[in-house]
Write a protein that binds this ligand. Sequence first.
Ligand code: XUL
Ligand code: MN
Length: 344
Amino acid sequence: MKSSFRFCFGPWNIGEGADPYGPPVRRARPFAWKLAQMRRLGFQAMMFHDDDAVPEVDLKTSAQVEREARALKRRLDAEGLVAEMVAPRLWFSPRTIDGAYTSNDPKARRYAIERSLRAMEIAHILGTKLIVLWLAREGTYLRESKDCLRAMDLLVDAMNRMLAHDPSARLAIEPKPNEPMDLAYLPTVGHALALAGRTSDPYRVGCVVESAHAVLAGLDPSEEMAFAMGFGKLWSVHLNDQNGLKFDQDKPFGSANLRSAFNQARVLVAQNYGARGECVCFDVHPFRPTKDEHALKHLANSRKTFLRLAAKARTFDERRAARLIAARDYQDLDQMVLEHLLGS
Ligand code: XUL
Ligand code: MN
C-alpha cells in the first residue's frame, strides 16, 4: 500500500528476545542487514541511539566519532534513507547507575552532559535536528534519595547546555512513568511540556509520545498526542501497544487495544501529522517466542495496521458522528465506532 507517511524504526526494534529472565532466542543480525530491510518493508527513516550510530561511543576520540558518523551518513544516503533522530543512551554506563542529569554524583552529571553534546554532534552529521531524550534513570526508587525540586533544576540546566550547543537542534522529551525506575520525574507530556517552559528556548523543547508509555501512565495515547499537538510540540510518535499496567511490552501497534490504536491514527490523520516532516515510528518488539524467519513481522504488521486504521479514520462518517454528538446520543456514537472498526 502506498502512503504519504514516512515510516521509521530503530535498530533495537529487530531484537534477539532477551528479557530479564532469559537469554537471546533469535540470531543477532548485523546493522547492515537491518538497514537493508528498511526500504523493502516500506520504511524511509531510521532512529538511532548515539551508540547505534557509533558503537562504543564512550571509548572513541572526537575525530573517530566524526569519521564513523560520516561513514554512516554515506551508507544512509546510499540506501536512500534518512536519520529521524539521535538519542543519547544515558542509562547503560555504570557511571549513570543513579541517574544521568539528575544523579547525586557530579561526575555522573558531567558525563551525561558531555555524552549528550556528543550525541548532538552525531545528529548534526547524520542530518537530523531531532534529539530524543528518554530520561530512563531520571527518577527515584525511593522518594528520599533525591530532591525533586533540585532534579527539575538539573534537568533544565542540562537541556539549556544542549540548546546552547547547537542552536538548530530541537529536544524531544519521551515521557515514561516507570521502568527502569519506580518513579520517573517526567512521566507524561504535561510534565515534559511544563519543564520545556522553564528552559532557555521553550520553542525548541517538545516531545515524542510512545503509546505504551501513555498506557503505563494510565492515560489515553491519542489524548497525549493531541495535548502535545495543541502546543505544536508533537515532533515524533513511537506507536506500539501495551496490555495495561505490566512490564514495558512494546507490542505491535493495535495488538492490545484496536480502538485506542484507531483513535491514535485518527488524531494523527485529522491534524495532518507528517506535513512538517514528522515520522511515524514504531517502537515495537517481536513476541519472545518469535522465530528467526518471522523476526520482521511485528514491523511490517504495525505499519500495515497503521495504514488500515488511517484509512478507517478517513472513512469515519464525521457528519453522522457530529449529529450523534449534537443529540448527546453517545450510545449510538459508541456503536458507530465499533461497527466502523468491525467493517461490513
Ligand atoms: C524506552 C524507549 C526507548 C526510546 C529511545 O522505553 O521507548 O527505546 O524510544 O531511547
Ligand atoms: Mn520509545
